[in-house]
Design a protein around this ligand. Structure first.
Ligand code: ZN
Length: 202
């Protein structure tokens, strides 16, 4: 009888498309008898399918350009997508974790409310759907605003990401990182994948 710790690498190989037929039979038998591995298999398979679906659905050219410009070490246009194709199991697991257990669910389940995310929000002023970084104040790290009007008069030391909202940069504003405006859920997924691959290539 196959052990769970033996089944996991076989699941990854299966999703990568290079599992031997004999192993495939043994894996199938284990998945029938083990609920935990079967659930994991289903989850990884679903996420794998989701990632494979991404390339044909085009992200806007500017967004792709923004993602690519954030990946200085990977010069060729589709290198990072190739990397994901070659390592689906690893990348799928990480993308799955990032997207599903990170900010993604709460951000997109909550479809009327403003969402503000960041490591340092104490100087950020929120009034109605308007989010302001006042002049002379500094937000350390990234600032993410969804479905709101972001007005920056002060400093942001990280990246600024506005999702389904508007951005107003005052002449006194200073953003150290990149400014990204995303207008759809798919754009956000692309952004997260780009961020993840960028992290790996560092
Ligand atoms: Zn098992």
């Amino acid at each position: 009888m196959m052990q769970c710790k033996e089944a996991l690498p076989l699941i990854h190989e299966y999703l990568d498309g290079d599992l031997q037929r004999s192993d495939s039979q043994r894996l199938k038998e284990h998945l029938i008898s083990c609920q935990a591995c079967h659930a994991l298999f289903k989850q990884l398979e679903k996420t794998d399918a989701m990632v494979r679906m991404l390339p044909p659905v085009k992200a806007s050219d500017t967004l792709t350009a923004q993602i690519m410009s954030g990946l200085p070490q990977m010069k060729k246009r589709n290198t990072w997508m190739d990397w994901i194709r070659k390592h689906p199991a690893v990348s799928v697991a990480v993308v799955f974790a990032t997207v599903m257990f990170g900010s993604f669910m709460s951000m997109w389940n909550d479809d009327t409310n403003l969402m503000v995310k960041g490591n340092d929000l104490q100087d950020v002023v929120i009034q109605g759907d308007t989010v302001t970084v006042p002049q002379g104040r500094t937000v350390k790290g990234d600032l993410v605003v969804q479905r709101g009007k972001l007005k920056v008069e002060g400093d942001v030391t990280g990246n600024l990401i506005v999702i389904d909202g508007t951005l107003n940069l005052a002449s006194t504003a200073h953003i150290s990182g990149q400014v990204t405006q995303v207008n759809e859920a798919l754009g956000w997924i692309w952004y997260k994948i780009g961020e993840f691959v960028g992290m790996l290539s560092r």
